[in-house]
Design a protein around this ligand. Structure first.
Ligand code: MV4
Length: 452
């Protein structure tokens, strides 16, 4: 039997902290929760074997503080850290500090994180690995003149991106040459202010793309497999709201081609652990590497449901040196996830923190709810507003949507506003039901007009 870890410290909060604790329990691994003073009443604190308060509510002084987390590791004698998603999950310096202290960071190496964190380095690495990328500049733009020349050669519209950006931050679309200079200056200023790095590159702007990502897993001996795709095109201002697998847009042929490209991407950096390769897919089903996430993601649950494997368990086993013996995984079922956020969908998705006075989560066959909240819990205003993930699984997409409608109808949260009504309308929307949507869909659809 593989020797795993004795005690894992979870450097996170909310549903993902609880999600990791559950798997550790099943694996016989002790758990340490860390928490800010705003999270004293959180379930991750209650369900962990030990809990250490690491500071005040501000993330910078708690969940993002490397010294505080390393102090908690030291006093509890944990031998590994699971970073979850967000916070320190893609912080190469943190992974490096863990290595210096002899603590296993459950995730890729600092080098692997850095190679994907800088977007132009990532793109260059992908070109060398034979992964399709969006046509654009070879590396950073040197000056205005060469930028204009490249934009003219690839054809407008083009998009300017910050090499230190990602997840939609630091991008500007340019529709014609007259707008290029102004956008270039602004992109540089913004990137300098946001990331202390004003490196900009240019790409052809792909119109109405779908966001389809491939889950991969790599072991420490160079083997990389893919676990099929998730369609994450239903998003608003770069915040995903619904994810599903399989993608309604994909064909077996396209899955094979994208899966192969994602494996090539992982192999190119000797990727270890679970990760996600994001692609833009245009209306002709041409796909292009966008970025790689070197962490477990919120929507990993959708993949878990369709391939019937615990990805956190796989992640821990890979970190402990387990070998991958199986082959790629192809979905056997359909799964959809709706993110239930404490936000008012009728008021620009404004956060709605506060006390949950009544809470009933959906249940029944094929329904999964991952959440850290309960009746009487107060949602603090300091962190992200996701309070639950509602995941449904069925044999077909149609049955899955029907099940989701039923599950949404019995999801009751009182005391705060939630995204449940938004999801109820989406499940009835003809374009969603037919699978005819892309990343711009929520901008085009006036869902508020549907409100009774
Ligand atoms: C693009 C693009 C169109 N063309 N790149 C947004 C997130 C970041 N990872 C890159 N993004 C985009 N890059 C080119 N060349 C359109 C987007 C984009 C997008 C991508 C995925 C999901 C939602 C999106 C919403 C707006 C823009």
């Amino acid at each position: 039997m593989l020797q795993t870890f004795k005690k894992i410290l979870i450097a996170n909060r909310g549903e993902i902290a609880l999600r990791i604790i559950r798997t550790c329990k099943e694996m016989g691994i002790q758990t340490v929760a860390v928490y800010s003073t705003a999270d004293r009443e959180s379930l991750h604190v209650r369900f962990a074997d030990e809990a250490v308060c690491i500071g005040p509510p501000s993330s910078a002084e708690s969940y993002l503080s490397i010294p505080k987390i390393m102090a908690a590791v030291e006093i509890t004698n944990a031998d590994a850290i699971h970073p979850g998603y967000g916070f320190l999950a893609e912080n190469a310096d943190f992974a490096e500090v863990c290595a210096e202290y002899g603590i296993k960071f459950i995730g890729p190496t600092p080098t692997q994180i850095r190679k994907m964190g800088d977007k132009i380095t990532a793109k260059e690495t992908m070109v060398k690995a034979g992964v399709p990328v969006v046509p654009g500049s070879d590396g950073l733009l040197k000056d205005l003149k060469s930028g204009l020349k490249i934009a003219k050669d690839i054809g407008y519209p083009v998009i300017l991106k910050a090499t230190a950006g990602g997840g939609g931050r630091g991008m500007r679309i340019v529709w014609n040459p007259d707008e290029f200079e102004d956008n270039w200056m602004k992109a540089r200023q913004e990137a300098k202010a946001a990331f202390a790095n004003d490196g900009i590159y240019v790409e052809k702007f792909i119109e109405e793309p779908r966001h389809i990502e491939i889950q991969i897993a790599g072991d420490q001996y160079g083997k990389v497999i893919h676990l099929s795709e998730r369609d994450c095109s239903i998003q608003r201002r770069h915040q995903k709201l619904v994810e599903e697998s399989p993608s309604p847009f994909i064909t077996d042929e396209l899955r094979a081609a994208m899966g192969k490209a994602a494996i090539q991407a992982g192999e190119a950096i000797n990727y270890e652990g679970v990760g996600t390769v994001e692609f833009l897919v245009d209306k002709h089903r041409e796909f292009y590497f966008m970025e790689m996430n070197t962490r477990i993601q919120v929507e990993h649950t959708v993949t878990e449901e369709v391939i019937d494997h615990d990805l956190i368990k796989e992640q821990i086993k890979l970190a402990a040196g387990d070998k991958i013996t199986g082959d790629n995984y192809i979905p056997a079922m359909h799964a959809i996830e709706c993110r239930i956020n404490a936000e008012d969908p009728f008021n620009d998705f404004r956060p709605s923190p506060g006390k949950i006075t009544s809470f009933h989560s959906s249940k029944g066959h094929g329904v999964r709810v991952d959440t850290h909240v309960y009746a009487g819990y107060t949602i603090p205003p300091y962190y992200d507003s996701m309070i639950a993930k509602l995941i449904c699984r069925a044999q077909t997409r149609e049955e899955c949507i029907t099940k989701m409608e039923r599950a949404l109808d019995e999801f009751i949260v009182e005391g705060v506003k939630t995204t449940v009504p938004f999801h109820q309308m989406l499940m009835k929307n003809e374009r969603f039901r037919s699978g005819d949507f892309h990343t711009g869909f929520l901008n085009e659809w006036d869902f508020k007009a549907q409100k009774k």
